[in-house]
Design a protein around this ligand. Structure first.
Ligand code: ADP
Ligand code: ZN
Length: 213
């Protein structure tokens, strides 16, 4: 499958993407994970992106398109891909459209995960992430077996730098201003699947039904 996952921070894009990769071997591509890895490794990309990320701002479109232009050419994308956190702006969506046309690749659809704002805030303030493998936990609903340690790789499980209350509120504002308009963009393309995303299991079911036609 070839899907775009849209939705506010905390809507469950990463969780849904991980569930979907197990169904048919499509690869999850998370621009947030790619950027965090670059920051951790101290690469040129990481140095350019870090300040934007910590502040809860978007990284400039050109940088993101450089990353994704290369990433989508890699062999593991051939069976399919789940774009998690990209595109995030109208210019990114337009650049992606041109890129896919050039490559002769068609999207199945763009899924918009809708979650009420109070639930988003609750999820983000209780979310914890493995610094090594990116696995996501929740202190209330899904804590790691050993506090602060990743079940999968033993890495440290921490609250992200951009998950302070101030940065979260900034990210939600940026989302409403820059990313929410993408739902309309994909609606006009005839590609939008709008879903109530309070339960990630229900989202996966709805996507499978839609794919089955
Ligand atoms: P979220 O939990 O907000 O969905 P992500 O892990 O997707 O978080 O992204 C974290 C940060 O990385 C964003 O706040 C932003 O600074 C940067 N980022 C990720 N994807 C993009 C993108 N497509 N365009 C611009 N910035 C991005
Ligand atoms: Zn881990």
């Amino acid at each position: 499958m070839r899907l775009i996952l849209l939705g506010a921070p905390g809507a469950g894009k990463g969780t849904v993407a991980k569930m979907l990769t197990k169904i048919d071997g499509s690869v999850q591509i998370s621009t947030g994970d790619i950027l965090r890895a670059a920051v951790k490794e101290g690469t040129e990309l990481g140095k350019k992106a870090e300040a934007y990320m910590t502040a809860g701002d978007l990284v400039p479109d050109e940088l993101i398109m450089d990353i994704m232009g290369e990433r989508l050419l890699q062999d593991d994308c051939k069976p399919g891909f789940l774009l998690d956190g990209f595109p995030r702006t109208i210019p990114q969506a337009e650049a992606l459209k041109a890129l896919l046309e050039k490559l002769g690749i068609e999207l199945d659809f763009a899924v918009n995960l809708n979650v009420p704002r109070e639930e988003i805030l609750r999820r983000l303030t209780t979310r914890r992430t493995c610094v090594d493998c990116g696995a996501i936990y929740n202190v209330i609903s899904m804590p790691p077996k050993v506090e602060g340690k990743c079940d999968k790789c033993g890495g440290d499980v921490v609250q992200r730098d951009d998950e302070t209350e101030e940065a979260i509120s900034k990210r939600l504002d940026v989302y409403n201003e820059k990313t929410a308009p993408l739902a309309n963009f994909y609606k006009e393309e005839g590609l939008l699947l709008d879903i109530d995303a309070t339960s990630s299991d229900d989202v996966v079911k709805a996507i499978q039904e839609k794919l089955a036609g």
